[in-house]
Ligand binder design. Structure first.
Ligand code: PLP
Length: 385
């Protein structure tokens, strides 16, 4: 029996050698941060997403916070789906705003446009859409229209979605700004790291200043401002070594995504006839990054028990995406008064959503082992999962 992890980064052997080579050169050069590799990585990321600007930072969370600082959410509300990693809402708080959680659409696991309409108040300044599991929901078009007519900005939390697209427009270039995470589980990684994408030169300028404490940048760095702190930022920089890793990860991203797509196709075939589970539909207009492969269990409250048995009896590490959702996290309940019952779609669907292992080098036998395990558990008569 294989031991199957939930995820695994993609570093083909030939790339490992190239990365190691370049890292040694950087170590010898002594230029370990904010050097030519950051520039090279940013330029290739901008070219890949077709955004005008890409700004490398040290995490997806800081990418989100910087975008939110650019749109100045101080004392304002930002609508965030309850189904996301906590960083999306936390970044709003760090930037001085209030995250207002909203329910999701059951088929995409992403923000429901109707909920966006319902949650808008005079204090609303913007909306964060999260491309859950690597799917850009086609409903983002409706959300964009709502934001446009209400004068709100729209940010993409594209942490799950490098290389994903809708109608061939890449994630990160579908809204007013994109935030990517390069955490090790993500479709591309720099160990830790993040990237901002924007088409707005003023946002690019502010991001470059904020990521380096708020120092004067470019043309601003002249006259009385020369080498001075002109606003309050933080150390949100990415190192040269991370940028080397990121550059090569991006170079092989399409290859990695096509391998993920193959694994997803194997899953689709292997799982389509197993009773007790449903697959999430993939709209034809979407290019999925398959960061996760979620399935929907029919039986309420069964996710935890199925995941535990998959690990114990079948060697398979599964996850949730996301349980508990933000509104049921103790901090959000204490701070904002959310409670069970607030978001019925998220509560029903996410408690039954199991994220299956997926990574580029996942072999066919591993997919078979996962589906066999699920089949055994779900078909077992009278089992109380
Ligand atoms: C949806 C989402 N947003 C934001 C983040 C934060 O990224 P990071 O861990 O790089 O700060 C993550 C991942 O960790 C994420 O999954």
């Amino acid at each position: 029996m294989l031991q199957i992890p939930a995820n695994k980064p993609y570093f083909p052997e030939a790339v490992q050698a190239q990365i190691a080579d370049e890292i040694v050169k950087v170590l010898v050069s002594g230029r370990l941060t904010q050097g030519p590799w950051i520039e090279k990585f940013e330029q290739s990321f901008a070219a890949y997403t077709k955004a005008n600007f890409a700004i490398a930072v040290n995490s997806g969370t800081s990418a989100l916070e910087i975008l939110l600082r650019y749109y100045d959410v101080t004392n304002s509300e930002v609508i965030v789906p309850t189904n996301t990693f906590l960083a999306s809402g936390n970044a709003v708080i760090f930037a001085g705003g209030k995250p207002v959680l909203a329910d999701i659409s059951p088929h995409t696991l992403s923000l429901d446009p109707e909920e966006v309409r319902r949650k808008i108040t005079p204090a609303t300044k913007g909306v964060i859409a999260v491309h859950i599991a690597g799917l850009v929901s086609p409903e983002i078009d409706e959300i964009r229209d709502i934001c446009k007519s209400e004068g709100l900005y729209l940010i993409e939390d594209a942490a799950h979605a490098p290389g994903a697209a809708l109608n061939n427009v890449k994630a990160g270039n579908l809204t007013d700004g994109g935030a990517f995470s390069f955490y090790p589980t993500k479709p591309m990684t720099t160990g830790e790291g993040g990237m901002i994408t924007t088409n707005d030169p003023a946002c690019d300028h502010l991001a470059r200043s904020l990521r380096c404490h708020g120092i004067a940048i470019g043309e601003e760095n002249t006259g009385a401002n020369r080498n001075l702190l002109v606003r309050l930022g933080y150390n949100w920089r990415m190192s040269e070594i991370q940028a080397i890793v990121g550059y090569y990860q991006l170079k092989y991203l399409d290859e990695a995504l096509s391998k993920r797509g193959q694994v997803a196709a194997w899953y689709q075939e292997a799982l389509s006839n197993i009773p007790g589970l449903q697959l999430f539909p993939i709209p034809a207009s979407a290019t999925h990054s398959f960061y996760k492969y979620p399935i929907l269990l029919e039986k309420k409250g069964s996710r935890g028990a199925v995941a535990a048995e998959m690990a114990k009896a079948h060697g398979v590490r599964c996850g949730s995406i996301y349980w508990p959702p933000c509104h049921l996290q103790p901090f959000y309940m204490d701070e904002f008064g959310y409670k069970m019952g607030d978001f019925p779609v998220a509560e029903d669907i996410l408690d039954r959503t199991l994220a299956l292992p997926i990574y580029p080098d996942m072999p066919y036998e591993a997919v078979q082992q996962v589906s066999k395990g699920l089949s055994v558990i779900l078909q077992r008569e009278g089992v109380n999962v």
